[in-house]
Design a protein around this ligand. Structure first.
Ligand code: PMP
Length: 406
């Protein structure tokens, strides 16, 4: 599919050692490592292009603006949006959701209205809606989850009422690796005339995302989880929706004219982009998307699918190891039991770290899901395009070694 060893050379950090051991980086759901192509694009832009965008008549400003706007087009093509007017740059998924919760909420949510989220949401897709509900006297409703980790779609359909204003749901769970049937979720919501926001933070790096095919009304993702830099993300919104919504923050860029009496706002997408954007990061994000596209998102998906399958097979052979849900994406959450006791996730994570293996432990910013599972936390291994079977072997050997200590 692609030359894994060659690809790994693009990521210098993968060659480093921790505690004098080769780094095995399996915390990709938290953030991915960056290829040279992305880092070098940032260095090059700061060294050779840097100027503020949109406002300058001079050469550098125009060049920086061209790079920034070309990145918007790159994002549009990557998620198959109709128009660049539908691509709003944000700081990340969290800011994209807060933007929508504020803007949509101010305009369209009133006392007694309802917002629907799912059991397996990241806090970023719960708290902004909760805050909105508190501001407006609205109600947060939750799609339940079945024992196998799938959302209960029948229960979901029955949650929707004439007061439902929006459904916001993750496409891939950052804890369970569950891939939710977002097209179906959107279809059911649309039958009730309700728009849907898809949290694509964990799907964009792994599977082809096509907003038109999904027919979602809004979608959010973060650059840093798809091999791009931190500090940049995207809110996609159908033009017909974004047109109806008020701005989120006020400031430069988002205005047309300002007097002390009145301000008129810029058109889409700038209406939602107050202040100087992180134009270096947007360009670097485009480079990251180019990198992914050059390898082929289908190839990345297939590589990660095989790796996840392999990891599941190996991990299931470890005595006392329990896997949560039914992982279908490159995320595996687990606990290990020894001598009738569960090895605390923090102990497992800390001891694996000493072996050079970076995993995440805890509630993974999904405390309500932990409550549903009746646990405090898990150990989570998450894979990216550059992970290998050898690294999975190292993880499994590490888990066995830690387990023997207990
Ligand atoms: N949603 C999901 C499903 C996530 O996994 C994450 C990051 N862990 C977020 C939202 C928040 O992303 P960010 O911190 O980049 O804004």
């Amino acid at each position: 599919m692609f030359d894994l060893e060659k690809v790994r050379e693009d990521f210098p950090i993968l060659a480093r050692k921790v505690y004098d051991r080769p780094l095995v980086y399996l915390d990709n759901a938290a953030t991915t490592q960056k290829p040279r192509q992305v880092v070098e694009a940032m260095v090059d832009e700061y060294y050779n292009v840097n100027a503020n965008v949109h406002r300058g008549v001079h050469y550098l400003s125009q060049q920086a603006t061209d790079l920034h706007e070309a990145s918007r087009e790159r994002v549009r093509a990557f998620i198959h949006a109709r128009s660049t007017s539908e691509i709003v740059f944000t700081r990340g998924t969290t800011e994209a959701i807060n933007l929508l919760a504020y803007s949509f909420g101010e305009a369209l949510v009133h006392e007694g209205d309802e917002i629907v989220v799912s059991t397996m949401e990241h806090h970023s897709n719960i708290v902004p809606w909760q805050m909105l509900c508190q501001r407006k006297g609205a109600r947060l409703k939750v799609i339940p989850m079945r024992e196998d980790g799938a959302l209960d779609l029948e229960a979901y359909a029955s949650l929707l009422t004439a007061r439902t204003r929006l459904v916001s749901c993750t496409q891939v769970s950052n804890v369970l690796g569950e891939v939710n049937p977002v097209e179906e979720i959107v279809r059911i919501a649309h039958e009730h005339g309700v728009p849907v926001l898809v949290d694509a933070a964990q799907s964009v790096p792994h599977i082809e995302v096509d907003v038109q095919q999904m027919d979602c009304d809004f979608l959010a993702f973060s650059g840093h989880k798809v091999y791009g830099p931190t500090g940049v993300g995207v809110l996609y919104g159908k033009e017909t929706w974004l047109d109806r919504l008020p701005p989120y923050q006020g400031g430069g860029e988002m205005i047309q004219t300002v007097t002390f009496e009145k301000t008129t706002f810029n058109g889409l997408p700038y209406k939602f982009e107050a202040g100087t954007p992180d134009y270096v990061a947007t360009h670097a994000l485009a480079c990251a998307l180019d990198y992914v596209t050059a390898l082929g998102i289908e190839n990345i998906h297939e590589h990660e699918r095989q790796l996840t399958q392999y990891a599941l097979e190996q991990m299931r052979q470890v005595e006392g190891l329990h896997i949560f849900g039914t992982p279908q994406a490159a995320v595996i959450s687990f606990q290990v039991q020894r001598g009738g006791h569960i090895i605390h996730h923090l102990d497992m994570g800390t001891l694996l770290d000493r072996l050079g293996i970076a995993v995440r432990t805890g509630h993974h910013c999904a405390e309500p899901l932990m409550h549903r599972l009746g646990i405090e936390g898990t150990v989570r291994a998450s894979f990216a395009l550059y992970n290998t079977r050898k690294e999975v072997d190292a993880l499994v050997a590490g888990i066995r070694r830690v387990a023997q200590m207990f």
